[in-house]
Design a protein around this ligand. Sequence first.
Ligand SMILES: [Zn+2]
Ligand SMILES: [Zn+2]
Length: 283
Amino acid sequence: MNSVPNFHTHTGYCDGKGAAETYVLSAIAKNQSAIGFSGHAPVPFESWWNMKEDDFDKYLYEISALKTKYGKEIEIYKAVEADYIQGLVSPADFSQLNLDYVIGSIHYLFPSAAEKPWDFVISPKIFEQGLTEYYQNDITKLVKHYYKASCEMIEDGGFEIIGHCDQIGKFNFDNKYFSPLAAFHTQAIDEMLELIAQKNIIVEINTRGKLKNNSEEFYPTLNILKKCKRMNINIILSADAHTPQETDSFLYEAATVAKNAGYQELMIFKNTTFEQVGIENFC
Ligand SMILES: [Zn+2]
Ligand SMILES: [Zn+2]
């Protein structure tokens, strides 16, 4: 078994805990082959968990310095996880920054009735409030809005990996809000996957939901992963680490899930580009 790389990592620059160097040392101690930093990119409005515009250059500089310092011991990559909010911010805004790669994610929706972008994943309570206030308790409207925003983000481009692509189900414990098999949901997923396949975007298996104990499955669910496989969509493993201890959280388990979905290969980032490796290296 080779040591598994992680390409999705947050530090104290955003909502992670601790210095980037601590994560590097943790990944080296675990004999991981690579660590990619993907701080939440700045957004043009108040947010406690996105990097501050004023800190952004320092973040980029620090990751570059770590590459130089530890480059012989571990591969280190400089990336961001960038939000898409129509008309406000897009992963494409960060595509010219000399980053190794960009993760595109939807953490906010901006419903017409809202005064500012709505962070729908921050807590079950805020999810519930927004569902009532902005979508009149119509979950189909909300789910469709999420996948519409995802499709817009994919069309807009500027990123290589789509982050936790079915995260709208984050609080859907025991199908509290909808059945994942409902036609409105499967159709929305299918449309998004069509676009992902067309644009050659990589889907991450994000293990954070499971770590935080609010999801039994990874993002995306096994059903969606099987669809990805049928559509020849490439996948990558992501711990979405927010502490130095989490740099390899559930990654071997995620590789096994990918194998169960029919995958024989996973993507990794190597030097300057993504490449496929055999899944047997990781499970
Ligand atoms: Zn995210
Ligand atoms: Zn993340």
